[in-house]
Design a protein around this ligand. Structure first.
Ligand SMILES: [Ca+2]
Ligand SMILES: [Ca+2]
Length: 245
């Protein structure tokens, strides 16, 4: 077992997480980096007017997957040729907190399966595992099904890019495969905190708490956030450590 995962102190992670969760807002993946629809892909809209994008068999619209609204993109495909989508959180990074760290919503009809991977750079992906979609009886806008994945299953402590592929249970014919409504971060660190944390040396636990509190103060004085998508520099340094270890 490699030891690089112990580098980020749990206390620092707690300090950052409590800051992120204090905001109280749901964090949804806001960017589609790529989509490769399998057979039977398309957009289904049960949003009752909230969704304003394109709808239909063979239709793709990123609006369908960037808001939890009852409109979903069926990824389509088969086990041999699965539909696949790569999405990112432009505002920061998902981090490895207790239990599951991302939740992928399926709000249409029968629950279906999904295989998830996480990445720092969009090039190298680390598997997070498979959710077969068998745990829920039925999915709807009012009671969406969710596939949950734990970053702790991978080699990464943080990631902002995720790839989802149709796997496990597939309901054939349009809409075919996992009907992806939105992707939610359950443990999230905004980019403003993220960039500050990456400069940390390996700290003593007591110093970590003080530094974490200092970061929170610094954040409250800093106007605005970083702009649109930037490469997550803090996780990058972690990856370098991982590669060297
Ligand atoms: Ca976790
Ligand atoms: Ca949606």
């Amino acid at each position: 077992m490699s030891n690089h995962r112990t580098y980020l102190s749990p206390l620092l992670a707690l300090a950052l997480l409590s800051a992120a969760q204090g905001a109280g807002a749901t964090v949804i993946a806001d960017t589609v980096l790529s989509f490769s629809g399998g057979v039977g892909f398309g957009v289904i809209d049960y949003s009752e007017g909230a969704y304003t994008g394109a709808v239909g068999n063979g239709v793709y619209d990123p609006l369908a997957v960037t808001s939890l609204d009852g409109a979903a993109l069926a990824l389509g495909g088969t086990h041999k040729e699965p539909g696949q989508i790569v999405m990112s959180f432009s505002g920061g990074s998902v981090v490895d907190g207790d239990g599951a760290d991302i939740r992928v919503y399926d709000s249409i009809n029968a629950p279906e399966g999904l295989f998830a991977e996480a990445s720092l750079d969009g090039l190298t992906f680390f598997p997070l595992g498979l959710d077969n979609g068998l745990s829920s009886p039925f999915c709807s806008m009012r009671s969406p099904c969710a596939a949950e994945f734990d970053l702790g299953r991978s080699e990464l402590e943080a990631a902002s890019i995720f790839r989802f592929s149709v796997a496990g249970r597939i309901v054939l014919n349009y809409p075919q495969g996992f009907d992806l409504d939105a992707v939610e971060a359950l443990s999230f660190v905004p980019a403003a905190l993220d960039s500050g944390a990456r400069a940390l040396p390996i700290p003593e636990p007591a110093a970590v708490v003080l530094f974490g509190l200092g970061l929170l103060g610094a954040r409250s004085r800093r106007p605005g956030a970083r702009g649109l998508w930037q490469a997550p520099r803090w996780p990058g340094s972690l990856l370098n450590r991982a590669l060297r270890s």
